[in-house]
Design a protein. Structure first.
Ligand SMILES: Cc1cc2nc3c(=O)[nH]c(=O)nc-3n(C[C@H](O)[C@H](O)[C@H](O)COP(=O)(O)OP(=O)(O)OC[C@H]3O[C@@H](n4cnc5c(N)ncnc54)[C@H](O)[C@@H]3O)c2cc1C
Ligand SMILES: Cc1ncc(C[n+]2csc(CCOP(=O)(O)OP(=O)(O)O)c2C)c(N)n1
Ligand code: SF4
Ligand SMILES: [Mg+2]
Lengths: 541, 417, 333
C-alpha cells in the first residue's frame, strides 16, 4: 500500500525550501589581526605559534615562531613583551603569558637541538652586517634564509651586543645566548670578531659587498657634570656591565649609588648587590610611576634589597659621600629643586643616564641624515645612502632587543628586495581584533601561570638566573589560554549554533563554509563566535 | 466453542483471539468489563505478547493507540459515552492519520444529565469522524464483528468502532460461540501496517496540510469508506466460510420481500422489533425489518434497494438530533430520496428508557396507518414535559428541568418542591 | 555528579567543539557526521531557539541510541515549521498527532516497541511549553506516573508562540504576551501564577528530570545522553528563547538563554527519583535587568514609565531560585 497522501512525508525533504532567500545580511568569515601580533615589534605571528603549542606540537610552534625571530630563548627572557600588554585576555583575567611560552619553546629547541632549515636558494649576493647585536644577528639570519651570503663584522670578541655586554647574566644566561647565536651561524653566516668597521664604504668595497646593514648599537655612556673630589669614583653603567664579562670584575665598593631611572640603572644596582655591596641605592629625579624602568624590574630590585631615593638629584660627590637635593614635582609633573639637601655615604657613583651612538664609521658617507645622534632611515630601513641600511639602537627607536630584532628582519627583507631591484610589498594589515569583537563567555576561566623565581638569598649573592621557565605542562596550559583573537580556531561554535544547519564543517584545519542556500542571516554564528572571526555583511537587495 | 457467557467477556475473548499487541484501558460503564477481562488475560500471561496500559483518560487511551498503531502494533481500546466524547479530538486524528485501530463502543447516553444507560448518541456523534461504525445486534455478532473489524481496518488502514448496546449486550449472559484460535488466525493475517514508524525507513507522519491538498486528503478518506462498502459483504462471506455463520455485512433484512411497512433500526432493539413483527405478521400485517449493521460507511444503495418495494418505513432510533429529529432517519431519507416513500422517525429508548413490545405494536400500527407525526417520541411523558413547558412560559427561570420533571412525577420528595 | 566541564583548554568544553579534546569528550554537535535530525529548509524564524534546541537534543538522543529513535511531537512551532506539506525536515521517524497528546502517543510507540521486542529502539516525545505544561499536562503526568519508557523534552519558550504569542503557564511574571498586555495597574503577566513542571515531574518520582538551555550545549547533551541511558519516564525542559515572541534580536537567542541561567531566572539542574542531584552553577552572576532589557516583552518595565518595583520583584524570583537551588559557586561571585 502506498503511504498516505500529504499527511505522511518523506524524510529531510525540506531541503527543497531554500530559506536563504529570507536573508537581509550574510555572515562571512574573516581573519582579524590579533592585538598581540599587532603589538610585537619583531612582527612575530604570536597567535600562529601559540596555536601549535596548544596542541603540544612544540617544534612546529617553534618553527612558526622563528619565521620572524631567530632568538626565542633570549626573547623569552629579555623581551618587555608589549604583546602581553595588548593581549585581549588582559581585559578578561590576565594576559596570556606569551613571553614565558616563548622561552619554553626557545629552551625546548636548545634542549632538543632543533636547527633552522638550510636556505633553499643562493642569490650570489653578498651582504655585510656590522655589529653582532640582536639587530645584526636578526638581519644576518633573515638574509641567509633568503639565500644571500652574509658576513658579520663585529668590533668585540664575542657576539650578542648589549645582550651580552649589557643585560646581566642573572637575566640572560650566556649559554642560552651562545646557543641561539650558534644556530644562526650554522646557517652559513660568517662572523668576524674583533673587526671594528671604521669606514663603512671602505669595508664594503674591500669585501665586495652588494649591500650593508649597520647595527652598531649605542654604547657610549652619557655623562653629566657632577662636581666631585678626586677621591670619588664615578663610572658609567655600560662600562661596569661590560666589565662583568671580563676577567676583572669592577670594584665598586660597599656602598654604591646609581644615578638614573632606566632599566640600566636597575641592572647595575642589582649587579652591585650581587658583587657584595651592602648598599645599592638608586637616585632618581622623579617618582616611581614616572620611572622609565619597567615596574616588574623595579619590584625585583626592591625585593633584592636595592634602595631608591625618589625625587632626588646628585648635587655633589665628596669623599666617601654624596650630597643629594630633594626635588618636588611642579604642576606639569617636572621635578623642581627644593633647596633641601641630604648626604649619603657612597664608595662609588655609577651613572646610568643612557647611551649615545658611535657614528664614526659613517664619516664621509654621502646622503646620510643624522638627528639627535641617531641615523635616520626610511620605512624600508635604508639610510639616505643607497644600499646602506641601518637598525637597532643606532636609529631612532625604543632601544629594545625586540625592536632591534624587528629592524633586522625588516631590513633583511628590504635589502633582499633592493638587491632584486624591487620594493617589498607589504600586504595590507587585517582589521584589528578588538576585545569587543570577542564573545569571551566561551573561554575557560584560567589564571595566568606564575613563573618560578629563584630564592632571595641566591638572588642577592649569585648571578644565577632569577626567573625560571615553565615546564611542559604549564607551558601547554599557558598556550591554551590564548583566545585566538580574530582568527578561527575551529571551536565549532558556528557549526553548532546555526539553527538552520547552514554551516559546513570542512574538517580539521580546513575551517568552515556557509551554505547560503539555507542561511537565514540570523547572526547567531557571529554573536557566538568566541574569537570574532565572522562578521555580518548587508545583502544588497 | 459454545459458552454461556457475559457479552463483555465474550468480546474480550474475541479480542484476545485477534492477537492485539497494545490495549489501552480506561474505565467507563458499560465498557469496563471488556478491558478488565483483557487486563486479566495479559497479566496472567494468557495473552502475549501484549501491552496492557492503564491510561489516565480516554484521550490518552486513543492517543496511546495512535502511537502504538503508527508504530505497527495491532491496537485496541474500548469506551462509551463521556469517554468517547473525551477522546474526540484523538478519534478524528486516528482516522485522519489512517490508523487501523479497533475500538468497542458500548453505546451509552451522553450527559448532562449524566446517565449510564444505553442509547446510540455517543457513537453517532462521531459519524463524521472518519471511523467506520458497525452495530452488533447480538453478542454473537459483537464477537464476530470485532474479528471482521480488525481485518477490514487493517486492509483499508482506517479505524473502526464496533458498537454494542451498553448493558443490554455488554452485561447480558447469553450463549455465544467463541471461535477457535485457528479459525481466527486463518481469517485474520498478522498486521502489516501501511505506514510504520521505523528507524530503518524514517517517515514523517502527521504533516500540516494546507488548502492545496486538504480536500484531497478528505476525499481519500471518503473513498476508503466507499471501498469498505464493497469489502464488508465480501469479508462477511469469507467469515462464513471459516466460521460457518452469517455475521456482519452491511444490512440485514427480515420479511421485507412483501413488506409494505419496513421498520429500520440498529443494534439489539432489532430483536424486540423482530418479535413484534412476528406477532404482527401472524395477524396478517405486511411488515418487515431492515437492520443496519454498517452505519459508516452508510450503505445508501442497499438501503434504497431494500425499501424500494415497500410503501413506507419507520426508523426507530436510539438517538436524537436535537432540533431536527433523527440521525439514522436522516441517513435513510437520503437513501430513498426521490422515491416518494413515506418515512417516519421514532425516537425511542434514550438514556436506557425501556422499549416494550406493547409500545412498538402501537407505534408500528400507527405507522401502517400513516397516523404518525414525522417525528415521534416513543413513550414520552407528555404530562411532565408539558407542565415544564407551561412553567417556563410563565417564569423565565423555572429551576432545573430534570428536578422539576422528577418532582412532577412524584419521584423527588416534597422538600425539593 | 553533573557534567564535568573540561577546563584547561583554550575554551574547555564551553564551545561546541574543541580540536584539543579526546574523541570521546567531543560534543555530538561538533561531529561532522552528526545526524542533523532536523534538516535545513525548515521554516522556523531566524534565530529560533526551539529549532536549535530540537537539533541539539534529538541529535544527542540519536547518538546515544545509535540512530534507533522515534519521536512523537505535539502541535506547536516545532511541528508547524518542520512538516508543512509537502516537505518534512525530520530525518528520523516522527509523528505528530495532536497538541495535547504527545506523551501518550509516545507511550503507545514505546509499548509497540516493547511487544515487538525492539528494546533497541528508543522513544522521545517533544512539545512546546504550552503543549507540555498546559494542554498536554494530563497525558504527561500519566506517562510519568506509569513510568513509561519515554524521554519527554519540553522546549520552553515561555508562551504559545505558534498561535501568536499568548500566555502559557510557563510565561514569566510581567512578560507581555498577546493575552497579558502591558496595560492596567499590573502590566504584563501577573505575579503569583504559573507552574514549575520540572518540580512537578520530580514529584512523580520518575528516574530523571533535568533542565537545560540552548546556551549550554555540553550540559544539554550530557543530560539527554544520560537520560537516554536510563529506562522509564524521563523529563528534560530546555529553555529556548523565541526571538519573535520575546521581541529580541535573532542573534541574541543564545545570549538570552545564557543570561536566563546566569541571572538565576532559569535554574539549570538535574534530579533523579525526585531528588536534585546537581545544579549548573552560575559563572558570573548578573543583575536581572541585563536579561530583561534586550527583550521587548519586558520593555514596559523600563523607559519613561519604568516599573523598578516590578524589576525588583523579578530579581527577587531570581534570587530565590539562587537560594533554593544553590546556584552560586562556593565562594563564587
Ligand atoms: C643594561 C642594559 C639592559 C638592557 N636590558 C634590556 C632588556 O632587558 N630587554 C630589551 O629588550 N632590551 C634591553 N636593553 C636594550 C638592548 O640591549 C638594546 O636595545 C639592543 O641590544 C640593541 O641592539 P643592537 O643590535 O642595535 O645593538 P647592540 O646590542 O648594542 O649591538 C651592537 C654591536 O655592534 C658592535 N659594534 C659597534 N660598533 C661597531 C663597529 N664600528 N664595527 C663593528 N662592530 C661594531 C658592538 O660591539 C655590538 O656587539 C638593555 C640595554 C642595556 C644597556
Ligand atoms: C486542542 C488544541 N488547542 C489549541 C490549538 C492551537 N495551538 C496550536 S499550537 C499552539 C501553541 C503552541 O504553544 P507551545 O506548545 O508553547 O509551542 P510553541 O509554538 O511555543 O513552540 C496552540 C495554542 C491546537 N492546535 N489544538
Ligand atoms: S515563533 Fe518563536 S518558536 Fe516559533 S518558529 Fe518563530 S522563533 Fe521559533
Ligand atoms: Mg511555547
Amino acid at each position: 500500500m502506498p503511504k498516505p497522501f500529504a499527511i505522511t512525508l518523506k524524510p529531510g525533504t525540506s531541503l527543497t525550501n531554500l530559506t536563504g532567500t529570507w536573508r537581509t545580511a550574510r555572515p562571512v568569515y574573516l581573519d582579524r589581526l590579533p592585538p598581540c601580533n599587532n603589538a610585537c615589534p619583531a612582527g612575530e605571528n604570536i597567535q600562529g605559534w601559540l596555536f601549535h603549542a596548544e596542541s603540544g606540537d612544540y617544534e612546529q610552534a617553534w618553527r612558526v615562531l622563528v619565521e620572524n625571530n631567530p632568538l626565542p630563548a633570549v626573547m623569552g627572557r629579555v623581551c618587555y613583551h608589549p604583546c602581553e600588554g595588548a593581549c585581549n585576555r588582559g581585559q578578561l583575567d590576565s594576559s596570556v603569558g606569551i613571553n614565558s611560552v616563548e622561552r619554553f619553546l626557545g629552551d625546548e629547541a636548545i634542549k632538543r637541538g632543533w636547527k633552522f632549515a638550510a636556505p633553499a636558494v643562493s642569490t650570489g649576493k653578498k651582504v655585510l652586517v656590522v655589529g653582532a647585536g640582536p639587530s645584526g644577528l636578526s638581519a644576518a639570519y633573515h638574509l641567509a634564509r633568503l639565500g644571500h651570503k652574509v658576513e658579520i663584522q663585529e668590533a668585540g670578541p664575542l657576539a650578542g651586543g648589549m645582550m651580552r655586554f649589557g643585560i646581566p647574566k642573572y637575566r640572560l644566561p650566556r649559554e642560552v645566548l651562545d646557543a641561539e647565536v650558534q644556530r644562526i651561524l650554522d646557517l652559513g653566516v660568517t662572523l668576524k670578531f674583533d673587526t671594528k668597521v671604521a669606514n663603512i664604504e671602505q669595508s664594503m668595497q674591500d669585501g665586495g659587498f652588494d649591500a650593508a646593514f649597520l647595527a652598531v648599537g649605542a654604547h657610549i655612556g652619557k655623562r653629566t657634570y657632577i662636581p666631585a673630589g678626586d677621591a670619588t669614583k664615578i663610572v658609567d653603567a655600560v662600562s661596569v656591565l661590560r666589565s662583568m664579562e671580563g676577567e676583572d670584575k669592577p670594584m665598586l665598593g660597599r656602598r654604591v649609588v646609581v644615578y638614573g631611572g632606566g632599566n640600566t640603572a636597575i641592572d647595575v644596582a642589582r649587579t652591585a648587590k650581587r658583587l657584595g655591596a651592602t648598599e645599592a641605592i638608586i637616585v632618581y629625579r622623579r617618582t616611581r610611576d614616572k620611572m622609565p624602568a619597567h615596574d616588574f624590574e623595579v619590584e625585583e630590585a626592591l625585593q633584592e634589597g636595592v634602595m631608591v631615593k625618589w625625587l632626588s638629584t646628585i648635587k655633589q660627590a665628596g669623599e666617601g659621600n654624596i650630597t643629594i637635593e630633594k626635588m618636588a614635582l611642579d604642576e606639569k609633573g617636572y621635578p623642581q629643586p627644593t633647596g633641601e639637601f641630604e648626604t649619603l655615604e657612597a664608595d662609588s657613583v655609577v651613572l646610568a643616564l643612557g647611551q649615545d651612538v658611535d657614528l664614526s664609521l659613517l664619516e664621509g658617507v654621502s646622503g646620510l641624515e643624522i638627528k639627535d645622534g641617531t641615523v635616520q632611515v626610511a620605512p624600508n630601513m635604508m639610510t639616505g645612502h643607497p644600499g646602506i641600511f641601518a637598525g637597532g639602537d643606532m636609529v631612532p627607536s625604543e632601544r629594545t632587543v625586540t625592536v632591534a630584532v624587528g629592524h633586522g628582519k625588516k631590513a633583511a627583507r628590504n635589502i633582499d628586495a633592493w638587491l632584486r631591484g624591487a620594493t617589498q610589498e607589504v600586504p595590507a594589515k587585517h582589521e584589528l581584533a578588538e576585545f569587543d569583537k570577542l564573545n569571551t563567555w566561551y573561554y575557560s576561566d584560567a589564571d595566568k601561570t606564575v613563573r618560578p623565581m629563584l630564592d632571595i638569598i641566591r638572588r642577592q649573592t649569585s648571578f644565577d638566573e632569577v626567573q625560571g621557565g615553565l615546564n611542559e605542562s604549564n607551558a601547554l596550559f599557558e598556550a591554551r589560554r590564548c583566545l585566538s583573537c580574530g582568527n578561527c580556531f575551529e571551536c565549532d561554535n558556528c557549526y553548532g549554533v546555526c539553527p538552520d544547519n547552514a554551516v559546513i564543517k570542512l574538517g580539521p584545519g580546513k575551517r568552515f563554509e556557509f551554505k547560503y542556500d539555507y542561511c537565514k542571516g540570523c547572526g547567531l554564528c557571529v554573536a557566538e563566535c568566541p574569537c570574532g572571526a565572522i562578521k555580518m555583511v548587508a545583502e544588497d537587495i | 466453542m459454545l459458552k454461556q457467557t457475559e457479552g463483555s467477556k465474550a468480546v474480550a475473548e474475541a479480542i484476545a483471539l485477534c492477537r492485539p499487541e497494545v490495549i489501552c484501558a480506561y474505565p467507563i460503564s458499560p465498557q469496563t468489563h471488556i478491558v478488565e477481562a483483557l487486563g486479566e488475560m495479559v497479566k496472567a500471561g494468557e495473552l502475549t505478547p501484549c501491552e496492557f496500559i492503564n491510561v489516565e483518560s480516554e484521550f490518552a487511551a486513543m492517543s496511546v493507540a495512535i502511537g502504538s498503531s503508527a508504530a505497527g502494533a495491532r491496537s485496541y481500546t474500548a469506551t462509551a459515552s463521556q469517554g468517547l466524547l473525551f477522546m474526540v479530538e484523538a478519534v478524528y486524528n486516528a482516522a485522519g492519520l489512517g490508523l487501523p485501530i479497533v475500538m468497542t463502543v458500548a453505546n451509552r447516553a451522553i450527559g448532562a444529565p449524566i446517565n449510564i444507560w444505553n442509547d446510540h448518541s455517543d457513537s453517532l456523534s462521531q459519524r463524521d469522524s472518519g471511523w467506520m461504525q458497525l452495530f452488533a445486534e447480538t453478542n454473537q455478532e459483537a464477537v464476530d464483528l470485532h474479528i471482521q473489524a480488525f481485518r477490514l481496518a487493517e486492509e483499508l488502514s482506517m479505524p473502526i468502532m464496533v458498537c454494542m448496546d451498553g448493558f443490554i449486550l455488554t452485561h447480558a449472559f447469553e450463549r455465544v460461540d467463541i471461535p477457535s484460535q485457528e479459525q481466527v488466525d486463518a481469517y485474520l493475517p498478522p498486521f502489516e501496517p501501511r505506514q510504520v514508524l521505523d528507524p530503518a525507513e524514517p517517515i514523517s507522519i502527521g504533516a500540516m496540510v494546507g488548502p492545496e491538498a486538504f480536500m484531497e486528503v478528505k476525499y481519500l478518506a471518503h473513498a476508503k469508506q466507499m471501498q469498505a462498502l464493497e469489502r464488508i459483504p465480501q469479508l462477511a462471506d469469507e467469515f462464513k466460510q471459516i466460521f460457518g455463520r452469517d455475521s456482519g455485512g452491511l444490512i440485514r433484512t427480515y420479511h421485507i420481500e412483501d413488506a409494505e411497512t419496513v421498520v429500520i433500526a440498529m443494534g439489539s432493539v432489532l430483536g424486540t422489533i423482530k418479535d413484534v413483527v412476528d406477532e404482527m405478521r401472524a395477524e396478517g400485517h405486511k411488515i418487515g425489518v431492515l437492520g443496519i449493521i454498517s452505519f459508516r460507511p452508510f450503505p445508501l444503495e442497499l438501503v434504497r434497494a431494500a425499501l424500494i418495494k415497500s410503501r413506507r418505513f419507520i426508523v426507530l432510533e436510539k438517538s436524537l438530533a436535537v432540533g431536527m429529529g433523527g440521525i439514522v432517519a436522516t441517513n435513510v431519507r437520503m437513501a430513498v430520496s426521490g422515491t416518494g416513500l413515506k418515512g417516519f422517525t421514532a425516537i425511542a429508548g434514550l438514556g436506557g428508557r425501556a422499549i416494550p413490545k406493547s409500545s412498538l405494536h402501537k407505534l408500528f400500527r400507527q405507522a401502517e396507518k400513516e397516523e404518525l407525526e414525522p417525528v415521534t417520541f416513543v413513550d414520552l411523558d407528555w404530562d411532565a414535559v408539558n407542565k415544564q413547558l407551561e412553567r417556563e412560559k410563565q417564569t423565565r427561570r423555572s429551576g432545573p428541568i430534570a428536578e422539576n420533571i422528577l418532582h412532577d412525577k412524584g419521584i423527588v420528595s416534597a422538600k425539593f418542591g | 555528579m553533573s557534567f564535568q566541564p573540561v577546563k584547561f583548554y583554550q575554551t574547555g568544553t564551553l564551545t561546541v567543539g574543541n580540536r584539543l579534546l579526546a574523541q570521546d569528550e567531543r560534543s555530538v554537535q561538533a561531529n561532522q557526521m552528526r545526524s542533523n535530525s532536523i534538516n535545513s529548509g525548515h521554516r522556523a524564524c531566524q534565530g529560533c531557539g526551539e529549532a536549535l534546541g530540537a537539533r541539539y537534543a534529538i541529535d544527542a538522543a540519536m547518538a546515544e541510541s545509535n540512530g534507533q529513535l522515534i519521536a512523537a511531537n505535539a502541535t506547536g512551532c516545532l511541528e508547524v515549521f518542520s512538516t508543512p506539506y509537502p516537505e518534512s525536515s525530520w530525518q528520523i521517524p516522527w509523528i505528530h498527532s495532536l497538541f495535547g497528546n504527545a506523551p501518550a502517543v509516545a507511550t503507545g510507540i514505546a509499548a509497540a516497541m516493547k511487544v515487538k521486542g525492539r528494546n533497541d529502539v528508543r522513544v522521545v516525545a517533544q512539545g512546546g511549553d504550552g503543549g507540555t505544561t498546559d494542554i498536554g499536562f494530563g497525558c504527561l503526568s500519566g506517562m510519568f506516573e506509569r513510568n513509561d519508557d519515554v524521554l519527554y523534552i519540553c522546549y520552553d519558550n515561555e508562551g504559545y508562540m505558534n498561535t501568536g504569542v499568548q500566555r502559557s503557564s510557563a510565561t514569566p511574571p510581567a512578560a507581555r504576551t498577546a493575552t497579558t498586555m502591558p496595560v492596567g495597574p499590573e502590566p504584563g503577566n501577573v505575579f503569583g501564577q504559573g507552574k514549575n513542571v520540572p518540580e512537578i515531574a520530580m514529584a512523580h518520582n520518575i528516574p530523571y528530570v533535568a533542565t537545560a538551555t540552548v546556551a549550554d550545549l555540553r550540559d544539554l547533551e550530557y543530560k539527554v545522553r544520560k537520560a537516554m541511558r536510563m529506562r522509564g519516564a524521563r523529563y528534560i525542559q530546555i529553555f529556548v528563547p523565541c526571538p519573535l515572541g520575546w521581541g529580541a534580536a535573532s542573534h541574541d537567542t543564545i545570549r538570552l538563554a545564557r543570561l536566563a541561567k546566569e541571572t538565576g531566572m532559569f535554574p539549570v539542574f538535574e534530579a533523579e527519583h525526585g531528588e536534585v542531584t546537581s545544579v549548573l552553577k552560575i559563572r558570573n552572576k548578573v543583575a536581572i535587568e541585563e536579561y530583561l532589557k534586550p527583550q521587548k516583552r519586558f520593555a514596559h518595565l523600563f523607559g519613561k514609565h519604568a516599573h523598578p518595583e516590578t524589576v525588583a520583584r523579578l530579581q527577587a524570583i531570581a534570587d530565590r531560585n539562587i537560594r533554593k537551588y544553590g546556584l552560586l559557586a562556593e565562594g563564587g561571585n
